[in-house]
Design a protein around this ligand. Structure first.
Ligand SMILES: *Cc1c(COP(=O)(O)O)cnc(C)c1O
Length: 355
């Protein structure tokens, strides 16, 4: 018998995706990511806490789920070039899928605000990277206009096929857990992902594959929290660059997810985000990029505020891999190697505190 490998989100869930019939899949076998139990957070909360580790996708973030659908449809409809605005991961993902499909990737990023790993990905996959003196929101406006005036397909999450691919993450969760969780915690930037999860949960409940939908809790960085403030943020600032977005494109869909689920949007300070990132790495062995740790920081704050999660099931989506932005991760540690000894075993043992 030959082993079957995961086929990617289009072939695994094609009948549930609203994409043109017969669209050939451009895939790097994204999705099928692990749901890892967090012994640390379960112990702390008395709940069953699961991490949906989206850093295990082909380019290291959940963006691949929506990129397989967006690129597949764009190519099926004849696109020769694709464009996106990006805080880093969308461009990394788009460039990889464009390379696979043989179309030209055009990337608009805010100058100086992209993590080095993500920039390297876009460039290595052949992306034409254009830096903009402006923020993400400026880049998105330009990408939209480029796609209206020139023959390039827009693959930001305003492209509805992106959400079609991204909603498969909730399908996977329910398929694994046997039902929807009680709570779902995740970071919110442009707000496509929370909208896609809610769409997926809603569809699965309608199909009778789950008995309920979770309470959706979205988290934004304090310096970039338009959905918490109820108004766009002119100059968003945060070290969690993946969610440094002042005017989310999927604002209304995200509000709807919050309201229908009885959920909330909360703001978290950068230092709490970075502390959660370190805790997750040291206690659970899961290294995520800063933005991805914000759901964990949100749960820690809820517990500190006295909220009781005993016996509940909580899923936290950790959205991207820690290796994408090692500079921010290491900032708090001082010199990388702070102990140097002679090439002598006893000296090493003494330095390690073994004697
Ligand atoms: C894109 C991204 C987010 C934010 O997702 P939205 O759909 O824009 O809300 C969060 N974390 C990471 C790592 C991302 O790449």
């Amino acid at each position: 018998m030959t082993a079957q490998q995961w086929r990617g989100v289009i072939e695994e869930y094609r009948e549930l995706l609203d994409i043109p019939e017969g669209t050939p899949a451009v895939t790097l076998r994204e999705g099928g990511t692990p749901l890892v139990d967090s012994g640390w957070l379960s112990g702390l909360t008395g709940a069953n806490v699961w991490l949906k580790v989206e850093g295990n996708n082909p380019t290291g973030s959940f963006k691949d789920r929506g990129m397989t659908t967006a690129l597949s449809v764009a190519v099926h409809e004849g696109a020769k070039a694709v464009v996106c605005a990006s805080t880093g991961n969308t461009s990394a993902s788009m460039a990889a899928y464009a390379a696979k499909a043989g179309v030209k990737p055009l990337v608009l990023v805010p100058e100086g605000k992209i993590a080095a790993g993500k920039m390297a990905q876009a460039i290595m996959h052949g992306g034409q990277v254009i830096m903009v003196r402006g923020n993400f929101d400026d880049c998105l406006r330009m990408a939209r206009e480029l796609s209206e005036k020139y023959p390039v397909a827009l693959v930001n999450s305003v492209n509805p096929y992106r959400l079609q691919g991204q909603k498969t993450a909730s399908f996977e969760l329910v398929d694994f857990l046997g039902d929807a969780p009680d709570y779902h915690f995740l970071p919110v930037g442009n707000a496509g992902n929370i909208s896609a999860y809610w769409m997926g949960y809603t569809e699965y409940e309608k199909l009778g594959r789950s008995t309920k939908r979770p309470v959706m809790r979205g988290f934004q960085a304090a310096g970039s929290a338009p959905l918490v403030n109820g108004a766009p943020v002119e100059n968003p600032e945060t070290k969690a660059t993946a969610i440094r977005i002042g005017n989310p494109a999927s604002w209304d869909l995200a509000m709807n997810a919050k309201n229908e689920s009885g959920g909330s949007f909360k703001a978290i300070e950068d230092e709490d985000i970075l502390a959660a990132q370190r805790l997750l790495a040291t206690k659970d062995g899961v290294f995520v990029e800063p933005a991805s740790a914000i759901g964990v920081a949100g749960l820690l704050q809820a517990v500190e505020a006295g909220e009781d999660f005993t016996g509940k099931t909580i899923v936290i989506t950790v959205t991207g891999h820690g290796l994408k932005d090692t500079a921010t991760a290491l900032e708090g540690f001082g010199p990388l190697v702070d102990v140097v000894v002679d090439a002598d075993v006893d000296a090493a043992a003494a330095a390690a505190g073994l004697v």
